[in-house]
Design a protein. Structure first.
Length: 223
């Protein structure tokens, strides 16, 4: 393994845990609102924070639909923005019915051109067609990109760049890649649950597999 400054490291086992980066919208001032009124996940804390507020969820996949329903159930006034003409192209019928059930407004062919607000608190978004909509919070569900560009073709990867492991990589255990001794854990792994708790659990599992791999490399009679 070679580091970017040119140093090489010899190792019998490597754990890839470089994670993934959320896709962002190309807005110059986006960073000013992130963590305050712009989020990339919708859990209990966000649902509590957004109760009775006007909220926009940007995205057309099932994750966006699930987030919109969750926030609406928590009392938020939710609008789902997506760029396609028909939400059924990318979202399951069940979730579309849930959006209707919980009063989520759906706006087709909508892309955000500008954020409006002050001191990190969002007040409105302007769409590319010039429409201005009042929102206090924005949730972005545009997918994620794995941090694997540096890997090249050393290990097998899915078409989307995430590292293949287990059966998909022709390996014996869940976290092992196509190269024995190289494991992947957390968000960087194809098929993993993209949640912090899941990544922590996989990391602990990876340590166990590393010990097993190293033990197998020891000559007979050596401990």
């Amino acid at each position: 393994m070679r580091l970017e400054e040119g140093h090489g490291i010899a190792a019998l086992a490597v754990v890839l845990a470089t994670g993934a980066e959320y896709r962002r919208v190309p807005l110059e001032d986006l960073h000013e609102y992130e963590g305050t009124s712009v989020f990339y996940a919708a859990g209990p804390p966000e649902a509590q924070l957004c109760g009775a507020s006007r909220v926009a969820v940007l995205g057309g996949g099932n994750s966006a639909g699930q987030a919109a329903v969750w926030l609406a159930r928590g009392g938020a006034l939710v609008t789902l923005l997506h760029r396609r003409t028909d939400l059924r192209e990318t979202m399951s019928d069940y979730l579309i019915r849930e959006l209707e059930r919980y009063g989520v407004a759906v706006r087709d062919r909508s892309e955000i051109a500008e954020l409006r607000g002050a001191d990190g608190q969002l007040e409105a978004v302007t769409l590319t067609d010039g429409t201005r909509l009042p929102f206090s919070f924005l949730f972005l569900f545009l997918g994620a990109l794995p941090c694997t560009g540096w890997l090249g073709d050393v290990v097998a990867r899915h078409d989307d760049g995430f590292v293949l492991t287990g059966e998909a990589a022709g390996a014996e255990n869940l976290l092992e890649t196509s190269v024995p001794g190289i494991l992947a854990a957390g968000d960087v792994r194809s098929g993993s649950t993209k949640r912090c708790a899941a990544a922590v659990g996989e990391g602990a599992m990876a340590v166990q597999f590393v010990h097993e791999h190293l033990a197998a490399q020891q000559p007979a009679g050596v401990s």
